[in-house]
Design a protein around this ligand. Structure first.
Ligand code: G4P
Length: 528
């Protein structure tokens, strides 16, 4: 087998999806701990500090307690290379999350045992469903009282429409939590409280029939457990690898992330069964991860990741071949060769210069605005990866400066931040307004914060009479000119100088469309 194939097959690239507060960040930390990527101090404070140092780059997150950026964390485990793509939890950052989900091969769903399936989980699950992404489930916070495990499985099945195959099963919960039984190996892992935060090897019994186990938990608990397991095995589905891989079934684990309990069982199972990089569709053909030539697509852009250096990093998911430091790649949209100088890999603790990378890995490509979300790279073949969504903004605000002398910086900041894809920036033809469009309201706050922190600009965002946008295209120059003249008060240029119609109402948009039948009104920005 070629080096490229071998390396591709070792990769496991995934994201964690959950409703905010279910425990995604905590679980991420524990996974990194097992991967040896971080060493955790033995206190909550240390844990918090470590959390911000590892998965969050931005101060804002520390203040608001939300993940603003998606980061990538790579760690080795059990002979595999695991790439964990972090997704922001807050609803306003959905767009970013959706794109991250196009770059993974599987997902891990975290559910709070007391809350069950929540609204955000439902939405994220819908996105995974579009691509039949295989999903494992971790039911978290078993150290607290919550819903009955059987009830939770029912809820996942009926609300999310996916079959559940429990792989571990809890023995009690809350104060009564004794451990979990591994339903496939029969092993029992005891829960030992108070050994939080550090990697722990819990006491393991080979089966519930082990007399030492009975001695430990007592005959009454054991008898109840036997009854319950019989019930569970009768009422639930056995794990079937094929069904998991086709997205029809989710293996379910129980545990407590904060106590680092049940996490290793999940991780062991994950690296064994989660899919390696999968073939990816392009407009011309499917690309296999074991192909020798480098291909990939950009699913995320982030400006100013390092405030010391005004850098802009495009995150590229490698889909095939091998990247070696300093190599050139063909940037399909522009038709130009781009030197991938100083490309970054994302070890959990730091960003590092990549020497080599393979299918499933993510590279950070430094650039000055030439690379956009959705761009494809290859070694010369003009292939374009499909399925990277580009959402139209739904909310609009006008940026107003507190210090009018900072107009240049404001324009630059808005343009650069909008390249990340979470917001879009419009300059109306007939006024000096600067209008920002976003999918969620919190993004205006984020932009205001970042303008100040990264560009030294104090701006506020106020309401503006725009409800939707359409990108304008027209093959006939004369008709386009006519349209421009008639509609100038509603037209603007976006960050890429493309013409955009800013409609105050849906009715206005409809009328404009009816009056200009030769003009195309596109709901998303053109990629090419
Ligand atoms: P998120 O990224 O999904 O939003 O969740 P996060 O990990 O930040 O966890 C949300 C809260 O739930 C945190 O408490 C965290 O400590 C707690 N938590 C996570 N896993 C468990 C668990 O297994 N059991 C219990 N009881 N709690 C858990 P917090 O008070 O908001 O933050 P912190 O002060 O603990 O950091």
């Amino acid at each position: 087998m070629s080096d490229v194939s071998q390396q591709a097959l070792r990769r496991r690239t995934f994201a964690i999806i959950s409703h905010p507060d279910a425990g995604k960040t905590t679980l991420t930390e524990k996974l990194l701990l097992f991967g040896g990527a971080i060493q955790m101090a033995g206190s909550v404070k240390g844990r918090k500090a470590a959390r911000h140092a590892t998965s969050d780059w931005m101060k804002l997150e520390q203040e608001r307690g939300i993940s603003v950026t998606s980061s990538v964390m790579q760690f080795p485990y059990d002979g595999r290379i695991v790439n964990l793509l972090d997704t922001p939890g807050h609803a306003d950052f959905g767009e970013d999350t959706y794109r991250v989900l196009t770059a993974v091969d599987s997902a891990l769903m975290v559910i709070d045992v007391a809350k069950g399936v929540e609204e955000r989980t439902i939405k994220l699950m819908e996105v995974c469903r579009l691509r039949d992404t295989p999903i494992m489930t971790f039911i978290n916070k078993l150290d607290r009282e919550g819903k009955e495990p059987i009830e939770l499985l029912d809820e996942v099945e009926s609300v999310l429409g996916i079959q559940c195959a429990p792989v571990t099963w809890p023995i009690g919960m809350g104060k009564r939590l004794k451990g979990v039984v591994h339903l496939l190996t029969g092993e029992v892992h005891l829960y030992e409280q108070g050994r939080n935060f550090t990697r722990q090897d819990s006491t393991i019994f080979p089966s519930i029939d082990d007399p030492a186990f009975e001695a430990r938990i007592g005959p009454k608990v054991l008898a109840d457990l036997r009854d319950e397991l019989e019930l569970v095995q009768g009422a639930s589905h056995p794990f079937e690898l094929e069904k998991y891989l086709s997205g029809e079934q989710t293996p379910v684990f129980f545990g407590s992330a904060v106590n680092n309990f049940g996490v290793q069982l999940l991780l062991d199972f994950f690296v064994k069964h989660a899919p390696a990089p999968q073939p990816r569709a392009t407009t011309t053909r499917d690309v296999d991860p074991t192909e020798d030539k480098l291909t990939g697509f950009v699913f995320k852009i982030q400006a100013n990741m390092d405030p010391q250096h005004r850098d802009r990093v495009a995150f590229m998911r490698i889909c095939s071949g091998k990247f070696t430091a300093g190599m050139k790649a063909f940037h399909v949209r522009t038709g130009k060769e781009l030197k991938l100088a100083n490309a970054l890999t994302f070890m959990a603790s730091d960003r590092e210069i990549a020497e080599t990378a393979y299918s499933g890995d993510v590279l950070g490509i430094h650039n000055h605005g030439t690379v956009s979300i959705g761009d494809s790279f290859s070694e010369g073949e003009p292939l374009i990866f499909t399925g990277i969504p580009n959402f139209a903004p739904e909310l609009f605000r006008r940026a107003r400066l507190r210090d009018p002398l900072k107009l240049k910086q404001l324009q630059k900041g808005l343009a650069q931040l909008s390249e990340e894809g979470a917001t879009q920036f419009f300059r109306p033809l007939m006024s000096n307004d600067l209008i920002l469009g976003a999918v969620g309201v919190l993004q205006f706050e984020v932009v205001a914060y970042r303008l100040k922190a990264e560009y030294g600009v104090d701006a506020i965002f106020e309401p503006v009479n725009v409800s939707t946008t359409r990108w304008i295209r027209c093959g006939n120059e004369k008709k386009l000119e006519e349209f421009r003249d008639k509609n100038a008060s509603h037209l603007a240029l976006d960050a890429a100088d493309q013409l955009v119609y800013l409609a105050p109402t849906r009715v206005n948009l409809q009328l404009a469309q009816e009056r200009a039948p030769d003009v195309e009104f596109l709901a998303t920005r053109e990629q090419a």
